[in-house]
Design a protein around this ligand. Sequence first.
Ligand code: SF4
Length: 359
Amino acid sequence: MKIQFKISSRRQFIKSLCVFCASGFTPLWNINFKNKPENEFGKEPVSPDAEQFVPSFLNLHKEGELRKRGKILWDIMKSCRLCPRECGVNRIEGEEGFCHASSNLEIASFHPHFGEERSLVGKGGSGTIFFSNCGLRCVFCINWEISQGSEGSVNNISDLADMMLQLQKRGCHNINVVTPTHYSAHIVLALDIAAGKGLRLPVVYNTCGWERPEILEILDGIVDIYLPDFKYSDGKIAAKYSSEAETYPELTKAALLEMHRQVGKAQPAKDGLIRRGLMIRHLVMPNNIGGTKEVMKWIAENLPKDTYVNIMSQYRPMYKAFDFPEISKPISREEYRQAIIWAEQAGLTNLDIQGWYRE
Ligand code: SF4
């Protein structure tokens, strides 16, 4: 995939270079850039926060532990239990589980993404890698062609490492692995290769939230930012819209606690970017299908009140949602307003709320 470079950013860089030199500071060419995060175009100055950041996986890579963890995850695929489906198929032998993934690594796209949370996007974008297939398989999935329609192509683990390094070169602020669970082994092994070649960005584990805590424990010290959904508070609802995943609320709650134990609260650095912590997403659904009040109450009662929670308004009926009249329409302003009220009543203080709501 070819990634477009923005000319306006290059102009901006040259302009800032002139201002910088004219102001009497050390000329840029006298600064030693050795060991600084690589940015192919130099289009944005690297912030001191980015310079000082050391990703969690780096020490594990140096100790040889990252490769070991990747191997452990790989071996789990022999009787796959990487996600709560626990299919038990031998993916190494080419069998496919409920997620439709074998050991072949299928990737739909990778690119700087500017539609994620502001604290992940910054100026350079979030370096997203969209993996094909999914173990949850929701009827309203906005990315259903990728998650359930087998869109994507087969890549090897070195390709994945190269993608990570390319995203870093393009000036992205993180590596954002989207729907990563069924390819967690591939991701960790690729990180090990990329770390050896200079990858120094935080890893964002962008998941549906329905995770086995035992698998998350293997990722301890590898992931810097957990970005899970918390979609439903009711197991029967989860089963109805997400392929019989009745354990969704119970397992997601356990997963959120484990994620928080590993990375703590998400707090932006001085440059406004988050490089470590738990960032929860909740999509407000029509007719309160997600059980927003209970979701907010649980977060407030079981995690710090200032846990980052993005209350998302962008629900649109997609894919098979039209087979269910109750979710075959966008949410109303009133439904979104009510969700915010529930979150505030629960005592949550670090809400990411859609801009239009504030106007
Ligand atoms: S990752 Fe896929 S094969 Fe493995 S348990 Fe989950 S659905 Fe089954």
